[in-house]
Design a protein around this ligand. Structure first.
Ligand SMILES: NC(=O)C1=CN([C@@H]2O[C@H](COP(=O)(O)OP(=O)(O)OC[C@H]3O[C@@H](n4cnc5c(N)ncnc54)[C@H](O)[C@@H]3O)[C@@H](O)[C@H]2O)C=CC1
Ligand SMILES: O=C(O)C(=O)CO
Length: 321
């Protein structure tokens, strides 16, 4: 009997796939950083039983209509705004994601961005590397402290809770806004629920970690930035599209807010000519929230385990509900 066929849309080292090769016929796009061209992807899914996708792949009606045998799309991300779930349902395709395994690593990066933006880390690093350091001075690259400050978390989910846990260790006051109030988290994390406006107005640090949906699209717009303190540090580790980037650039340029730490952008990838890259008070990273070797390894295995489960007639481990 022939093995179920899996297509992987990015190069993954064979060592990660060894354990699956007896049960599955695995093909993949052989480039790590270059996206698979649409025509190639459409050809490859024509006889595939499973698709291992990354967050920049668009999984929509158009693609699914080219994939008559497809049973499962395993997205190597917890976010799934690249997947049309209604189209998956219509084609009887199970969609899976990678929750939990990346929460701590992504929370680490959120915290790192908070501190980098507060303490002007990249600016100071660039200065040394550009051979500009002459002598010690009392206030050069003086940033702002985080201890004793108020942190506002927008999206108190798995990763949001990870940020709150870390913030407690830095003696921050924690407040949050979430679609629904989470009383259990309030007790565990000593966090206070506030509405969105109050969070914007009273937080010294604001971290967003909501999914991108119709409701969260551009929720950080001009009005939101105007409500923030002029000393506020804004961090986005969720999706670029939850922010109106033009409004953010304006807020950073005019001193409406102090600084920003950004792992995600409206259209990715961005280049050196992007307006945010040119701003000293914006720390910009190339969407690496979950990028530790340990976590990426877990994400790959979870995708493959989901695929193996579904193609062998079992329930997916982490279906997107
Ligand atoms: N930068 C990166 O590399 C990464 C980014 N992410 C992003 O982070 C997001 C969150 O991941 P998790 O914490 O695992 O998800 P989660 O589902 O555990 O948490 C999301 C929280 O946001 C809340 N929420 C949803 N809509 C809201 C709204 N309109 N207003 C206020 N709160 C709202 C939900 O109630 C939930 O508590 C993902 O969807 C993904 O987009 C996740 C991992 C890595
Ligand atoms: O998991 C996600 O949603 C990411 O953005 C990358 O880990």
């Amino acid at each position: 009997m022939s093995k179920p066929k899996v297509y992987i849309t990015r190069k993954i080292d064979a060592t990660y796939l060894k354990a699956y090769q007896d049960q599955l016929e695995i093909r993949m796009w052989e480039k790590e950083e270059e996206a698979v061209p649409k025509e190639t992807l459409y050809q490859e899914v024509a006889d595939a039983d499973a698709l291992f996708a990354v967050l920049s792949d668009t999984i929509d009606e158009d693609l699914l209509s080219q994939a008559p045998h497809l049973k499962v799309v395993a997205n190597m991300a917890v976010g799934y705004d690249n997947i049309d779930l209604a189209a998956c349902k219509a084609h009887d395709v199970v969609a899976t994601n990678t929750p939990d395994v990346l929460s701590e690593t992504t929370a680490d990066l959120g915290f790192l961005l908070m501190m980098a933006a507060a303490r002007r880390l990249t600016e100071a690093n660039d200065w040394v590397k550009q051979d500009q350091w002459q002598s010690w001075a009392p206030f050069y690259f003086a940033g702002t402290d985080i201890q004793g400050k108020t942190l506002g978390i927008v999206g108190m989910g798995r990763i949001g809770e990870g940020i709150a846990k870390r913030a407690a260790g830095f003696d921050m006051n924690i407040q949050y806004h979430n679609r629904s109030r989470k009383k259990d988290a309030e007790e565990r994390l000593h966090a206070t629920y506030v509405d969105f406006d109050e969070l914007l107005q009273t937080s010294d640090f604001i971290v967003t970690v909501v999914p991108h949906t119709a409701e969260t699209d551009k929720m950080f717009n001009q009005t939101a930035f105007e409500k923030m303190k002029s000393s506020a540090v804004f961090v986005n580790i969720s999706r670029g599209k939850v922010v109106d980037e033009e409004a953010l650039v304006h807020a950073l340029q005019t001193g409406e807010i102090r600084s920003a730490g950004l792992d995600v952008f409206e259209e990715e990838p961005i280049g050196a000519d992007h307006p945010l890259v040119g701003l000293k008070n914006a720390v910009c990273l190339p969407h690496i929230g979950s990028a530790s070797v340990e976590t990426r390894t877990k994400m790959i295995h979870l995708c493959m385990d989901n695929i193996e489960a579904v193609v062998s007639g079992k329930e997916a481990i982490t279906p997107i509900s």
